[in-house]
Design a protein around this ligand. Sequence first.
Ligand SMILES: [Zn+2]
Length: 177
Amino acid sequence: MMASIDQGRNNKLGCDRVLHAKAIQGLKLFNEGKFFEAHEELEEAWKVEKGEVRELYRGILQIAVTYLHITRANYDGAIKVYGRSLKWLKNWPDICMGIQVEKLRDAAELVMNEVERLGKENIGSFNTSLFKPIQWIEKRIWICDRCGSEMVEKNCKVNCPNCGNRFDCSDLNIYFD
Ligand SMILES: [Zn+2]
């Protein structure tokens, strides 16, 4: 019973949607510790996404900016941007569009507890192993770059039913160039 109610709420929020390709790229960069680049990709996803889930992208990109400030020993910047991110991160269910949002919220809170403990004077000695990767499950939709139709994937062969365009799913770069 609860599960179906949660499901309905998640769908209303857009949590049943597929992650935007730019968002996926942003999450990968985030997990590589490339916080500036992650922020740029997530910002692109935030700009083009029309649904409410765009605000989740905004929240995650602000966590990326927060972490970037920490790596640059910018205490005030980290505190300020983290404070802003809470508004965009707080109202999502634990998992949205496959992203483990609750784990991210918890990880960011631990990071900020440590930042506050170190204080402005010692933020330079922050241990970056506290930056935990964002976990997500990728459910993806392939859109044909020739005709815009939704493509069909089977055993890593992706075909466009409309125009016959095809490629191998291992060749991901064509989507991220
Ligand atoms: Zn096509």
